[in-house]
Design a binder for this molecule. Structure first.
Ligand code: HH2
Length: 266
């Protein structure tokens, strides 16, 4: 899954793809380099970020989304039903809701009616406060319980588990040790019976380990984190550097004598 942020303030690519032509070219490039899905977001969720009203998200997406949907399978990264509805009408085929349906009571009914896949992600609190002293007794079992509860809530709204993808929410209310435990704990999340997605790309915990302060230079760490999660059964990787990740996963899979791609999880 390739990341495309149509925002002025995303932590690693903010402002680069505000121009619709640049955004659509980026979507096409990531697809060519091996992405099966392009995740388009119009609201940064980096720690401390402010909310972007749905109307403004839609304005940012208005030209980009229909054009990108002509080039690729598009996922819309939003917690607001109004934005998701606009995106689905414009050709998006799935919804990435980092609030797992908690932010907007209209989201699950919409997803149920449209019968599209949804990514349910764990976050502690909201982007404004999530990195203020996050605490867990046992982060993997707490994230698992949270995702089990959101899966049940989705089910009650008519969204079956076959349409849900689970995500531990790397960097969303987690300290370094929590992120590492969750990458190691993918197998525990798989017990819930859905595919697992991880999104470690360029995130701060990689900088904490390597000393690299520039997010665009955290590719080595991103590759290592994705491979560690892949070895434990994750099958979807939300990344900025699609070509490099596709190469790394393809080679790792070949070494393990397992394919990497549509129908060949390890
Ligand atoms: N991470 C980010 C945004 N959306 N969605 C899912 N499902 N999982 C993630 O880990 C995830 C996500 C943050 O990364 P990015 O989009 O690069 O930055 P920003 O939120 O600043 O736009």
């Amino acid at each position: 899954m390739g990341v495309l942020n149509v925002t002025p303030d995303s932590f690693s690519d903010g402002g680069r793809f505000l121009d619709p032509r640049a955004a659509v070219a980026r979507a096409a490039e990531m697809t060519r380099k091996g992405a099966d899905i392009i995740d388009i977001g119009a609201e940064s969720t980096r720690p401390g970020s402010d909310r972007v009203p749905p109307g403004e998200q839609i304005d940012r997406l208005r030209e980009v989304l229909p054009a990108a949907a002509g080039e690729a399978v598009v996922s819309i990264d939003t917690t607001r039903a109004q934005v998701a509805r606009f995106a689905l009408d414009a050709g998006a085929r799935m919804v990435n809701d980092v609030s797992a349906g908690r932010d907007d009571p209209e989201m699950f009914p919409l997803l149920s009616a449209r019968e599209v896949p949804v990514i349910l992600m764990h976050m502690l609190g909201g982007p404004k406060t999530m990195q203020v002293e996050p605490q867990y007794e046992d982060v993997v079992s707490e994230v698992r319980s949270f995702l089990a509860e959101r899966l049940a809530a989705a089910g009650r709204a008519g969204i079956g588990p076959q349409r849900c993808i689970l995500d531990p929410g790397i960097g969303f209310g987690k300290r370094l040790e929590h992120n590492l435990a969750l990458l190691r704990g993918v197998g525990t999340l798989l017990e819930l019976g859905c595919p697992v997605l991880v999104g470690p790309s360029r995130k701060r915990f990689i900088g904490e380990l390597t000393g690299q302060t520039d997010p665009t230079r955290r590719l080595g760490g991103t590759v290592a984190a994705c491979l560690a999660a892949w070895r434990r059964g994750a099958t979807i990787f939300r990344v900025h550097d699609v070509g490099e990740l596709f190469g790394a996963l393809t080679v790792a899979a070949a070494v393990e004598n397992a394919g990497f791609g549509e129908n060949s999880p390890p």
